[in-house]
Design a binder for this molecule. Structure first.
Ligand SMILES: Cc1cc2nc3c(=O)[nH]c(=O)nc-3n(C[C@H](O)[C@H](O)[C@H](O)COP(=O)(O)OP(=O)(O)OC[C@H]3O[C@@H](n4cnc5c(N)ncnc54)[C@H](O)[C@@H]3O)c2cc1C
Length: 409
């Protein structure tokens, strides 16, 4: 007789797993608390869905047990994902940074293709179906799932409930509660890929300014990580790709009550000496111009007053010719080292993912089966695995679902 499988959650990882399992002749039933499948998937990549990344090295994925990630990511890499997409009719485009999207640039088309394929292979979907109770009955060797239509029995159950990041998209942390019923350990979930807050009022006044920058994270005054990319100043603190990528380390440090600062270099393309020469040259040619002229076309105009103030140029100096060597060194310092104290983050409500989740030491890396309960499986973000910005979180959802569904006996 065919084995029947319940998948709790109808998001990214669930849809991929359901297609493969149904093709392998399992009877698959999905329980999704929203009225439709893939609500979060539909919001990904600003509606364009950064579905994966061509540069899929392990350094882009994080977990308390990094060795757990290796098998799924190397088994189901970029090439294998492309092959799967070919099979289901999903066309992809990759940009120069390796970021990959559906050719339509519409996340909704990804949801539709996955959902239609699942239906085609016979997956049954139950919507508006929030699962809160799951038990294993040893006498009959089956799971009992409490649904709105009463208790249903299954040979196997997959928890694919995602995380509580951005709960307005319908996600929840109920996967952790269900896993705890089988004595799984939960690594404290914290928001990641999230904007950071600062009470530095000078920074709030720069709200709306976007610039390229190198950002170095300092934890207890020790430099721990440097990233390069976009930085956006906001009326609560900072955002942009650089900040999202640092946010997991920031939240882990803040949770331990460590001091957190970032040091921003808004002129990363030139080192200190080259920047000094550039400024000296400009001053030499434009001696009689007002001081603001030094910054025009060099930095975002909205940053000029801030940098002038930070450089402590005497208000009596009006023209570029009046600036001395000390002023130039101060300007270079202001451009290359804006220190911002970080108080916190915008939290789960704004985080794209969480770091933490079900402890992967208690899960088999080749099958995603629980080591605590035979027949119970996990995939996607509910596990203690998260990725950097750039398509890595969805790739984790795909890869974990693929190895689960391909290796299930
Ligand atoms: C705004 C935003 C943009 C993002 N953009 C990108 C991007 O461009 N690229 C990228 O790689 N990642 C992106 N991510 C992250 C990515 O969306 C997630 O990592 C991914 O969707 C996780 O897949 P999943 O299957 O684990 O969970 P989900 O896709 O969240 O699916 C889980 C599903 O389970 C359902 N559910 C939860 N609990 C229950 C329950 N008890 N009973 C029934 N159903 C339940 C939820 O309603 C949900 O539909 C983004 C996230 C957000 C919030």
């Amino acid at each position: 007789m065919k084995q029947n499988i319940a998948i709790i959650g109808g998001g990214a990882s669930s849809l991929l797993a359901s297609i493969i399992l149904a093709k392998r002749n399992f009877t698959v039933e999905v329980f999704e608390k929203n009225p439709k499948a893939g609500k979060k998937l539909q919001a990904t990549g600003n509606g364009k869905c950064n579905i994966t990344n061509k540069n899929l090295s392990l350094e882009h994925f994080f977990s308390n047990n990094p060795s757990f990630i290796k098998y799924p990511i190397t088994t189901f890499g970029f090439r294998e994902f492309n092959k799967f997409c070919d099979e289901i009719g999903l066309n992809l485009v990759t940009n120069e940074n390796g970021k990959t999207y559906p050719a339509s640039l519409q996340a909704s088309s990804v949801v539709e293709i996955l959902y239609e394929n699942a239906l085609f292979y016979g997956v049954k979907f139950n919507f508006d179906s929030f699962i809160t109770d799951l038990k294993f009955d040893e006498r009959i060797d089956k799971f009992e799932l409490k649904t709105q239509n009463g208790i249903k029995k299954f040979n196997k159950v997959i928890i694919a409930t995602g995380s509580k990041a951005m709960a307005k998209l319908g996600s929840s942390d109920s996967g952790y509660t269900l896993a705890k019923q089988f004595l799984h350990t939960i690594i404290e979930p914290l928001p990641a890929l999230v904007q950071l807050t600062s009470n530095n009022l000078d920074i709030h006044q720069l709200s709306g300014v976007k610039t390229e920058a190198t950002v170095t994270l300092y934890i207890n005054n020790k430099a721990t990580k440097t990233v390069f990319g976009d930085l956006l100043f906001t009326n609560y603190g900072v955002s942009g790709n650089t900040i999202l990528d640092l946010s997991r380390e920031v939240n882990i440090a803040l949770e331990s009550r460590f001091g957190v600062d970032i040091l921003v270099d808004i002129f990363p393309s030139l080192d200190k000496n080259k920047l000094i020469s550039l400024l000296e040259n400009k001053i030499k040619n434009l001696k009689d111009r007002k001081i603001e002229f030094l910054f025009l076309s060099l930095i975002n105009t909205k940053l000029i007053e801030f940098i002038k103030k930070k450089s402590k140029i005497s208000p009596h100096k009006q023209t570029l010719g009046e600036l001395d060597k000390k002023d130039i060194l101060n300007i270079v310092y202001a451009l290359k080292s804006i220190k911002i104290n970080i108080e916190g983050s915008k939290g789960f409500e704004f985080g794209e993912v969480v770091c933490g989740g079900i402890c992967v030491d208690e899960v088999e890396t080749k099958t995603m089966e629980s080591k605590k309960q035979k027949g119970l499986y996990f995939c996607g973000e509910v596990l203690d695995v998260d990725g950097a910005c750039g398509g890595y979180n969805l790739h984790w959802a795909w890869a974990s679902a693929f190895v689960l569904a391909t290796n299930m006996k």
